[in-house]
Design a binder for this molecule. Structure first.
Ligand SMILES: Cc1cc2nc3c(=O)[nH]c(=O)nc-3n(C[C@H](O)[C@H](O)[C@H](O)COP(=O)(O)OP(=O)(O)OC[C@H]3O[C@@H](n4cnc5c(N)ncnc54)[C@H](O)[C@@H]3O)c2cc1C
Length: 403
């Protein structure tokens, strides 16, 4: 087949996955990124332990993408969590399954994997351009803002892999939204996903407990009941347990103007046992003593009860027991999208066909976090980026060969 020229715009995990498939097919691949280096978000993800995919039952895995499950399934089937582990091993990064089923590189970091990945692409003659900000479509190709001024390039097909709207300082600033919407593509508004929430803490509680973790608790929202831990922040609440509930809480805030996350501070004890043990405490002893002796609770957990309960309710052993088992934390709003792990919103699935080509822009494909799907943390985000990047690349390959 005649060699075709492909512009991949956006050099995160999605764009690099597409480059891998397209360079393997023998196309001339050019990747452009606005930042001075590639895949900055991927590298940052590795700072706290790169959770590259998940080992749970595959059908369960493929159901983590909410309303986008059915649209993502074919791409996920073609690049499964097992394939990801084999692919990483092929780049010299062996992985292990953590106690939660999450999969991490043995070294936990992203940098060795990224280095090997870029080197392999370079060896396949993929050409990289950094500091090239895409500023829109030009005759037969694209216009970029570069340190040497405006530059236009032509190509036979385009892959857009520009990311979502979280952590804009790492490059994905959603500046592309107007460039596509002015060409008739519908973009669902971006919202924070896997984010913390603001809570109206008292000054006293904030100053004393910001940064403190609440360990071994259960949290309940419309999303379900999950065990885990979270952190009291200066603004409110943060951490993996909060992220698991974030989509449901965010949507409740949007639809009803209020949301509460119910915390079980003592999952190991029943309500009956707590009531019985608290009733036995001397009503004259302090709240801290009654709580410590009757429920084994102290520190930040005790402070949270004090913060969120009236004094009268704290003095009622049955109400106190009920609050220990289900303490509602009233939330004000999600933290800003710039702080969120990921974003919801983006190019609506109605705007792309099964091969990830934009319906209004033949020859232009899009994948990764710039599409309108969301998933919890747990390796689902990267898996869907790898998988859709590869699926869109296959779409490009097929489209070019048909052309
Ligand atoms: C702190 C943190 C930790 C995370 N940890 C994990 C984890 O452990 N596991 C997991 O599965 N996911 C994790 N994620 C999410 C994951 O990193 C993202 O879902 C993933 O990087 C998205 O890939 P992408 O290629 O679609 O977009 P991005 O990685 O955002 O890449 C988009 C690229 O496009 C470039 N770009 C944007 N606009 C332009 C333009 N106009 N012109 C040129 N280039 C442009 C950007 O510079 C960027 O390089 C984490 C995210 C964060 C912020």
């Amino acid at each position: 087949m005649e060699q075709k020229t492909i512009a991949i715009i956006g050099g995160g995990p999605t764009g690099l996955s597409a480059a891998e498939v397209l360079s393997e097919s023998g196309h001339a691949v050019f990747i452009y990124d606005a930042m001075p280096t590639f895949a900055r978000k991927f590298l940052l993800a590795g700072k706290s332990g790169l959770n590259i995919t998940h080992s749970e039952d595959y059908d369960q895995f493929a159901s983590r993408f909410g309303g986008a499950n059915s649209r993502l399934r074919a791409a996920l089937d073609a690049f499964t969590p097992t394939d990801i582990r084999a692919w990483a091993a092929g780049l010299g990064t062996e992985t292990f399954i953590g106690s939660s089923g999450r999969v991490f590189p043995n070294v936990m970091k992203a940098s060795p994997l990224l280095r090997a990945w870029l080197a392999r692409l370079e060896a396949r003659d993929v050409t990289f351009f950094t500091r090239h900000r895409w500023i829109g479509f030009a005759e037969g190709g694209h216009a970029f803002e570069t340190p040497d001024g405006r530059k236009t390039v032509s190509c036979d097909a385009t892959m857009l892999a520009l990311g979502g709207a979280s952590y804009p300082r790492l490059g994905s600033d959603a500046g592309w939204v107007s460039l596509l919407s002015e060409r008739g593509t519908t973009i669902a508004p971006f919202q924070p996903a896997n984010c913390g929430f603001d809570v109206a803490w008292s000054d006293l509680f904030r100053d004393r407990f910001a940064g403190e973790p609440l360990k071994s608790v259960m949290a309940t929202s419309r999303a379900g009941t999950f065990p885990g831990e979270f952190v009291i922040s200066r603004h409110g609440i943060e951490g993996s347990l909060i992220y698991a509930h974030a989509a449901a809480l965010r949507d409740d805030l949007l639809q009803h103007g209020e949301a509460r996350l119910a915390i079980d501070l003592s999952p190991g004890r029943t309500l009956e046992r707590l009531s019985r043990d608290l009733v036995r405490q001397d009503a004259k002893s302090s709240f801290s003593n009654r709580l410590r002796k009757g429920a084994g609770i102290d520190g930040v957990k005790a402070a949270l009860l004090r913060e969120l309960m009236s004094q009268a309710d704290r003095n009622d052993p049955n109400k106190l027991a009920a609050a220990i088992k289900s303490l509602p934390i009233p939330l004000l709003r999600p933290r800003p999208i710039a702080e969120a792990i990921s974003s919801a919103g983006g190019i609506a699935f109605s705007q792309i066909n099964e091969t990830y080509m934009l319906k209004h822009l033949p020859g232009t494909f899009a994948a990764g976090e710039m599409l309108d799907w969301e998933a919890p943390t747990g390796g689902y985000l990267l898996t869907a980026c790898f998988a859709t990047g590869r699926a869109a690349a296959k779409g490009i390959d097929d489209w070019l060969s048909r052309k």
